[in-house]
Design a protein around this ligand. Structure first.
Ligand code: ADP
Ligand code: MG
Length: 728
């Protein structure tokens, strides 16, 4: 009898709903724990305020004296809020966030207090970072890493710690994190988009990329989660037969949220509100125990910090409510996994969404310019964009008929397709006055009306235009959005630069009017980027074939998908846009491959433990019960009576077959793993794990799930799907 499983179930059934913290008014709580603009106004001197605002708006440097003043103000505020420690909060390449806490004060031996937080501690710190992955950067340069203040994301208090968002770089200047390249990409898109936006409005002096994420996750009772070695160590179930009831009734989606979960969500939202995370909607997702939390969009850097912070807060809040939150892309076989839609757009300092059509033809020409350039950028760099969402976890989802395929394509809907078709027909060079009028009135002028009823929503598209933004849907639920956002903003920036150059050339050399030049270049882009547009069913096999015909990439596994990062074209792109040097790109590819290997390595080891220490022993235990029964029958009847024992003997044989198969497959998996481990080239090793080791996982699972069906419920050691899912 499996004590762990049964006590976990008993434990989970006794759970009482945790009382919801008393509600304050949301608007009053918002940003309470953040050193935001309102606090800056209150606590900073005029000079300091201007300096910080300058840094936020135009990236200007904050001088040392001012930094001291800012540090003093932040410290005063933080201590008044009950903070005792401070930390530089950063995003190492592990994918999550890291922090190292220091106290604000130290006591000297004579009892005097020594102040430890000044401008220099605010601006720069040296964490003991030797254990963070660097993809060889630190080894090569023997350089230590340091964290540096990112004034564009405000400091906040979490628990009793003041957290200062920072970038993490080596002393030789290479980025060791996900934030530094992101900030460079955001600066690139700012420059490129501002230059183009000026065609339409001279007052534009800054463009921010905006991001609104939608985070999916599973909640499992804590005791039940802990009873499973696979969930504890890998974040997903490696084995487990589906429950008799799954998601086939579709009764979970937007259904009533269980009260235990409501209680968790309320506390979570309250905490998020204090931290300035603008959480908006909550609802059940498709799978049982699956939920989603969406935020209101923000400037991309801030939105990414908020998503990372959210994941951390969720983890801790779940624990308080006796839940375990699973961010894995595929925690359960047979039911949907989790993703994180990234809604993306561009906003000007004049308050205009560049991907939102307006009320005049000129505004719509601006919309079309950014819209078509985005399409062109994704077409040119589709494989690179795909690489930004590659991970061991996401490999389970992409293309598994529940999430977009590994092929990138863009959905824009019938109406906008018609607009692009009409634009494509515009004649080359100068336009006659009639042509211009026709264009402005009947093509460009019609856009706002048609988008009003643009309810057409293709859920199978990985990159869909949804009225006033693009929605990138293939991002994994655990992924740091900085990765896809760095690539997306870099490629669009590159594209906008090229566009501007072409338009300017037509204006200068061919004497075209600006709008004529814009139409001319856009027409060519519409023609040359057609293959990326696809409005049909992205989950279908036909699309896979069609995409191949269109020469779109279809990299199904992470090692394959990551290769494009270091192609000559990609390296040139990153370098020319000042986003990443060759060393930085290679380091990231190396780290991603290493992460992939480690994931599969851990899963392989857990399989071994599950099979040898849990599954086979339980199967034998049950076999022994059956054997005893057969022997008993023999004692009573003399010989094994055919009719009486035939069922038992058959069960014995089936169990024996599956035990043998399990053992064989597990041993074979372990031996392929050992040969893979011997490979020193990271790509070869990752590929060996992908092609030789991973296929055994499904086979092992198959035999384990068969045994789960055969072995008596009392003896089965692992908490079952029907017990893990369906929170009451
Ligand atoms: P869905 O149907 O996918 O739930 P919603 O309209 O609710 O779509 O929006 C989803 C997300 O898109 C939200 O996070 C929202 O803040 C975000 N969003 C809306 N406008 C923009 C924008 N201009 N830029 C980025 N994200 C946006
Ligand atoms: Mg969405």
């Amino acid at each position: 009898m499996s004590k762990l499983r049964f006590s976990a179930i008993a434990n989970s059934q006794q759970r009482k709903q945790i009382h919801i913290q008393e509600e304050g008014r949301r608007s009053e709580l918002f940003g309470q724990s953040v050193f935001n603009e309102e606090k800056m106004l209150r606590h900073l001197t005029k000079d300091a305020l201007e300096s910080v605002q300058g840094a936020i708006f135009s990236g200007s440097k904050i001088d040392r004296k001012i930094a001291d003043q800012v540090a003093e103000a932040i410290k005063g505020w933080a201590i008044s809020m009950g903070a005792t420690h401070y930390t530089h909060w950063f995003q190492p390449l592990t994918g999550s966030t890291a922090e190292k806490h220091d106290a604000f004060f130290d006591l000297l031996p004579d009892g005097r207090a020594l102040e430890k937080f000044g401008g220099s501690q605010l601006v720069q710190q040296e964490p003991d970072a030797s254990s963070f992955p660097s993809g060889g950067i630190r080894n090569t340069f023997e350089a230590r890493g340091y964290t540096a203040w990112d004034p564009t994301s405000p400091a906040f208090i979490y628990g009793t710690t003041l957290c200062i968002p920072t970038i993490f770089v080596s002393y030789t200047g290479e980025a060791l994190d996900n934030k530094a390249p992101l900030l460079r990409a955001l600066s690139a898109i700012d420059d490129a988009a501002t230059a183009v936006a000026k065609y339409f409005d001279k007052n534009v002096s800054k463009v921010n990329a905006t991001l609104g994420w939608e985070q999916e996750y599973f909640l499992i009772d804590k005791a039940l989660a802990q009873s499973r070695p696979d969930i504890s160590l890998t974040g997903r179930t490696l084995v487990g037969h589906s429950a008799a009831k799954g998601q086939q009734l579709d009764d979970h989606y937007f259904g009533v949220i269980p009260s235990r979960v409501i209680s968790f969500m309320s506390d979570l939202e309250k905490e998020c509100t204090k931290l300035g995370i603008p959480v908006k909607t909550r609802h059940n997702e498709v799978a049982p125990n699956q939920f989603e939390l969406a935020s209101v969009f923000e400037e991309a850097n801030l939105a990414i910090d908020h998503n990372l912070l959210l994941m951390d807060v969720m983890d801790k809040m779940a624990d308080k409510h006796n839940f375990k939150v699973l961010f894995h892309e595929k925690p359960f076989a047979g039911i949907n996994g989790s993703g994180k839609h990234n809604n993306w757009s561009l906003a000007t300092n004049t308050g205009v969404n560049l991907l939102s059509p307006g009320s005049t033809p000129m505004k719509n020409l601006q919309f079309l310019t950014f819209f078509i350039n985005t399409i062109k950028a994704v077409d040119t760099y589709e494989e690179l964009l795909r690489s930004s969402i590659a991970s061991a976890g996401n490999d389970h989802r992409l293309g598994a008929s529940e999430a977009p395929p590994a092929i990138l394509s863009i959905f824009i809907g019938v109406q906008l397709s018609n607009v692009l078709d009409e634009l494509e027909g515009v004649s080359k060079g100068k336009l006659s006055p009639e042509e211009k009028t026709e264009l402005k009135l009947n093509v460009v002028g019609k856009i706002p009306e048609i988008l009003m009823d643009n309810t057409d929503r293709n859920r199978t598209s990985p990159f869909a235009f949804t009225g006033n933004k693009f929605e990138m849907r293939g991002v994994g639920s655990q992924t740091n959005c900085a990765k896809p956002m760095t690539i997306l903003n870099t490629i669009v920036a590159k594209q906008l630069q090229a566009f501007k150059k072409e338009v300017d050339t037509l204006v200068d050399k061919k004497n075209l009017k600006k709008d004529e030049a814009v139409f001319n270049v856009l027409r060519e882009y519409i023609k040359s980027s057609k293959r990326i547009r696809f409005d049909g069913d992205g989950y279908s096999d036909e699309w896979e074939k069609e995409a191949k015909r269109r020469k779109l990439s279809n990299n199904k596994s992470t090692p394959e998908a990551l290769q494009i990062l270091t192609s000559a074209d990609s390296l040139l792109l990153f370098k020319s846009m000042n986003v990443m040097s060759e060393i930085e790109v290679k380091a990231r590819q190396e780290v991603e491959l290493e992460n992939y290997i480690m994931y599969l390595q851990i899963e392989g080891r857990v399989f071994n433990e599950l099979v040898y220490n849990h599954i086979i022993p339980s199967a034998i235990e049950y076999q022994n019960i059956v054997i005893k029964n057969v022997i008993g029958l023999k004692e009573i009847y003399g010989v094994v009576h055919k009719e009486l024992a035939v069922g038992q003997l058959n069960i014995l044989e089936q169990i024996a077959e599956h035990i043998l198969a399990l053992k064989k497959k597990t041993d074979a998996m372990t031996s392929t793993r050992k040969s893979a481990n011997k490979l020193s080239d990271t790509y070869k090793k990752a590929t060996a794990y992908c092609e030789n080791v991973k296929p055994y996982f499904d086979e092992i699972r198959y035999h384990s799930d068969k045994l789960e069906q055969l072995v008596g419920d009392q003896i089965w050691p692992l908490t079952k799907y029907r017990e893990l899912l369906f929170i009451k």
